[in-house]
Design a protein. Structure first.
Length: 450
């Protein structure tokens, strides 16, 4: 038996008409999982099943929205936007992949993994919020028309200021690392103390190709002059975006900070985002994140003002360079358990540059944005398991040679035989002592890069 969606009490939100439809969607997905693993079932069967799933899901969205409207659900419009994003963006993208590959087995597996992952996540968070069991994490997101306005304003500014034809590649950027980055934060406040926090993330090569080019810099390295020029350019850039704040004219800059990647990641994980956009500019990646701080907290990062900017900028560049040019190998840890991810990060972060992903889709995006030297991949994940993720990696020419270790509790013969043709580079048992896991990773790099 392959992947199956297992219904348990976590998925019951306590609203009978919605729970009933969710169970039906789970059953449809499970039939498709079984059909895709069955060599006897035809391509036509899977094709028709996918069409049925899509039609049923879209109808369910409509019925769920009608129910939310009937009870006066306050986050109806945001919930509708999430449905629309899946229906109008995610599903069409998956369908194009299916058509391009003529519905081959891997494309169907990808379709099922994405849809099941979305269904699980949406049910456990946003749908529970309908019943008041959870707070929607998107509660602070801008209305759709305002988000589109912000996205278009940024795209236009990148073109007008730097002649870049940027494409928004994500409207829900989750903070994945991309290359060597500069993380610049501005905190605004009004007279009442209400705050807005904005973080701009520049891939270093993007700064060299834009601001560096404008000031005649001949080096690709970020120095004090270039970073100061970039800071003041970014302030003006942000002033143009600030008009999308309510009462924008009342907000002024209270502080600015330069962050390491770790400080940025800690910040973005704690806050509810108003928008979080990632662009591919053709010269490097650029991200723009805006949040409204939920509570007073210690502000991390290198604090910069006009009195200390020369010393602080220089200090930050030194810290960032140590982080980026330490020669540390890059590890991507993929596991659906947050506890495992952070335990592994704590174990390895002193000697390796570590990134984390909680699902196959997040892992693929991390690999695309910042190629790792080794992937530690949980074998036994729900829906899209380690074997499927490894298939996706091996199917992409650009990723196919990245070494992958399974981090698993499974060493039974059937599990091992299933992935041997995909040539994993090793297995690490979760029951192994943490220090022994690290010794195995150290030994691998010693032998591979000697």
């Amino acid at each position: 038996m392959g992947n199956q969606l297992i219904w348990d009490d976590r998925f019951n939100i306590g609203i009978e008409i919605i729970d009933k439809e969710h169970k039906k969607l789970f059953k449809i997905m499970n039939k498709l999982f079984t059909a895709n693993e069955n060599e006897i079932k035809s391509q036509w069967f899977c094709q028709e099943g996918i069409k049925y799933f899509k039609e049923h899901a879209v109808r369910h969205f409509s019925e769920e929205e009608e129910y939310m409207s009937s009870i006066g659900y306050k986050d109806l419009e945001m919930h509708r936007r999430l449905h629309e994003d899946f229906r109008l963006r995610t599903l069409p993208s998956l369908e194009r992949e299916l058509e391009k590959t003529d519905y081959d087995k891997d494309a169907i597996s990808h379709f099922l993994g994405v849809c099941a992952g979305w269904l699980i996540g949406h049910t456990l968070t946003e749908d529970h919020a309908i019943a008041g069991n959870e707070e929607t994490k998107w509660s602070d997101f801008l209305p759709e028309e305002e988000q589109e306005a912000v996205k278009e304003t940024i795209r236009r500014l990148l073109h007008d200021m730097f002649q870049l034809d940027a494409q928004a590649v994500s409207e829900c950027y989750g903070g994945e690392r991309f290359g060597n980055g500069i993380y610049y934060r501005l905190i605004y406040a009004d007279k009442s103390g209400s705050k807005r926090e904005i973080i701009l993330i520049f891939e270093e090569k993007l700064l060299s190709a834009t601001v560096g080019k404008l000031i005649g810099s001949r080096s690709s390295k970020i120095d004090v002059t270039l970073l100061n020029a970039a800071r003041y350019t970014a302030m003006q850039f942000t002033e143009r975006i600030k008009k999308h704040f309510s009462n924008s004219d009342q907000y002024t800059i209270k502080s600015e900070h330069l962050l390491t990647y770790e400080q940025f990641h800690q910040t973005i994980e704690k806050e509810h985002l108003r928008y979080s956009l990632l662009y591919d500019t053709g010269e490097g990646y650029f991200a723009f994140c805006c949040m409204r701080p939920q509570q007073e907290k210690e502000i991390n990062g290198t604090f910069v003002n006009t009195e200390n900017e020369m010393t602080q900028v220089k200090k930050y560049l030194w810290i960032n360079e140590q982080e980026n040019s330490s020669g540390k190998k890059k590890l991507l840890i993929v596991d659906d358990s947050a506890a495992i991810r952070y335990a592994m990060k704590k174990l390895l972060q002193n000697d390796y540059q570590t990134s984390l992903a909680g699902s196959g889709l997040s892992a693929i995006r991390c690999i695309t944005l910042d190629r790792p030297d080794l992937i530690l991949l949980d074998y036994d994940m729900p829906v899209c398991d380690g074997a499927q993720i490894l298939k996706m990696i091996r199917a992409e020419t650009a990723f196919a040679d990245i070494p992958v270790f399974f981090l698993t509790g499974k060493v039974d013969k059937a599990s091992v035989n299933r992935v041997l043709p995909l040539k994993p580079d090793g297995y690490l048992l979760k029951s192994t002592k943490l220090l022994d896991i690290k010794k195995n990773i150290d030994r691998y790099f010693e032998h591979s890069f000697a």
